[in-house]
Design a protein around this ligand. Sequence first.
Ligand code: ADP
Length: 406
Amino acid sequence: MKILVINAGSSSLKYRLFDMDRQTVLCAGIVERIGEAMGQLVHKIRPDQSGEERFRVDETFPTHKEALAEAVNFITDERIGVIRDAGEIAAIGHRVVQGGELFKAPCLVTEQVKEGIHSLIPLAPLHNPGHLIGIETAQSLFPHAPSIAVFDTEFHQTMPPKAFMYGLPHYMYEQLSVRRYGFHGTSHRYVVKRAAGFLQRPLEELNFISCHLGSGSSIAAVRNGKSVDTSMGMTPLAGLLMGTRCGDIDPAIIEYLMANTGMTAKEVDKILNKDSGLKGICGTNDVRDILEMRERHNPMGILAFDMLVYSVKKYIGAYYAILGGVDGLIFTAGIGENCPILRAEVCRGFEHMGILLDFEANERWGEDVRLISREDSPVPVFVVHTNEELEIALATEQVLLAQSGR
Ligand code: ADP
């Protein structure tokens, strides 16, 4: 079965075609600057594998429809295509950032589902409109392939009220849907499944702390395979110190900044999202650059790194307390997978909680799921390569199979 995964933004569209029988990626691509004078499509065959082939076109894509149509041309091209006919695509899996309380599982997109995603636009004004365009486009170009929506938030819908409610007047939850939703759900779900597979134990019996540390970062506390708390909030701004997002701050700072600088709420919000975090502290959001700054004894580079480690440690400690015991600590995403020194610094001092890192294993690269703790470590520590698109494809396949009664 072939499944096309789409992640549509307001002016971009990423796609990835999976052969589910072999769980391999046949091709992938990204179209950027849709609706602008000049757009660009980069198409890759066998992406991230040896023998990757890359093609690029610069042309105008007035709407997502032209963008996806051009991607389909590449996918089905006589010479370089990976399938002969678009009809071979059994279903389209769509990434949707915000599913609110409406969506607790991946689902077949119906008119009602589209209305639901639309109704959540106030909670995700930058994302859900683009996703809806992606869905409409796929439905018009692939009238016979069902579209399935997979939400970043749905994995965290199992959080109890004591974890997802804020200490605000209750009507703000009831009337305005203000609560913690959490994000990166497809990544957290994928990596805990992989770690459970490694341990050869049912996920439903296992507790994990999952650290997704990338340009955006979040940590999830997982009890018996289900998310019971996570560091991001109503929006992805809360929690850990991130690349350009501030993470947890005193909410009174916003009013203080507005009163003392004349900035509008929108301007402050932009700074908190785009100019804060690691970048705000030391001028760059790339941890590789920060590691170099640190080696040169640059004080702001050292501070940014220390703050990142500190914020990760605080959440791990908090979630350990909530879970009462863990069967695994997982590091994933760009920083989590590629930065041994950060993993070592985070784990330092957790020995009393049963986290004993194997410093040599921590420095090694390799398998998609690998153990970096000592054999005698009561808590295994994993590095798991996340694959959100594959998780969306797997969820899509499951919905499809459930629909056909298999
Ligand atoms: P996203 O998918 O959210 O854009 P990623 O999960 O790819 O982000 O993470 C991107 C971040 O990973 C980069 O900003 C960089 O800081 C970090 N990163 C990537 N490679 C390395 C590395 N070798 N060492 C340290 N950090 C790295």
